[in-house]
Design a protein around this ligand. Sequence first.
Ligand code: NCD
Length: 306
Amino acid sequence: MRSLIDILDLSVKEIEELIAVACDIIENPAKYAETCRGKKLATLFFEPSTRTRLSFEAAMYELGGNVIGFSEATSSSAAKGESVADTAKTISCYADIIAMRHPKEGAPLVASQNATIPVINAGDGGHNHPTQTLADLLTIYREKGGFDNLTVGFCGDLKFGRTVHSLISALSRYSNVKFVLISPEELKLPSYIKKDVLKKNGIPYEQTTSLEEAMPKLDILYMTRVQRERFFNEEDYLRLKDSYVLEPNKLKNAKEDLCIMHPLPRVNEISVSIDSDKRACYFKQVLNGKYMRMALILKLLKEAQK
Ligand code: NCD
């Protein structure tokens, strides 16, 4: 059964096809309005979410399908001690496809090994978040026309930020991509990603603590929230949370066509006064996420029928 656990589960060609379907959905929504009639999506969210869960649900409704699920672990049998494997087997009896978010790295993978329906990883701990990456890729595609020759800055919590990990993996497959990794010392990109993704693919990257110095080089600036829920103590979080705050004056050396992204939710990382700047793309990411999830649901359900 085909699932989406890691963004690299999709080939470059499949990502291209998903983008093409998403663009067709944007142009011709009526054509897709009945394509999932009679199908059910189960959203199993063991961690808080606004965009990911509701965009999956909106996506399924716009395809004519239905949605079941829960939005907190405490209201599911996990609270009684049920395993992820048993939950996946159970939901396979009720639904046609699962979107799962879980605080434990690897939980959606375990679910996919036990479910008889496709499982989509909607975020697993500080590990991966492939459908946010699909949203990010469609945004970059629509803003920049493609993925080659881009210098992409990631700023903030690169250690625990799962959206960063998945997007770095995805972009590493395109030509002449460069990364600038901007973070405090304690929140640097994990070394396994540097080794398995960046060094393995010969991707040039630099690490810095200075957003100001990095700014003039960037085609894309991907800001992130410091991931409070992954910290072992509150003191460290409080010390690091406002390491980077993007304000209009910090953009004075930025490119005219910089694309400012953020997976959201934002806390303080981007001042609201940036929202009216034409370079702000974070609410476009939200909308693009729904279209890419529609395309993904269609693809996985179609493959499940084969
Ligand atoms: C992200 C996540 O859950 O990892 N949110 C999202 O899905 N758009 C980013 C975050 O929570 O900081």
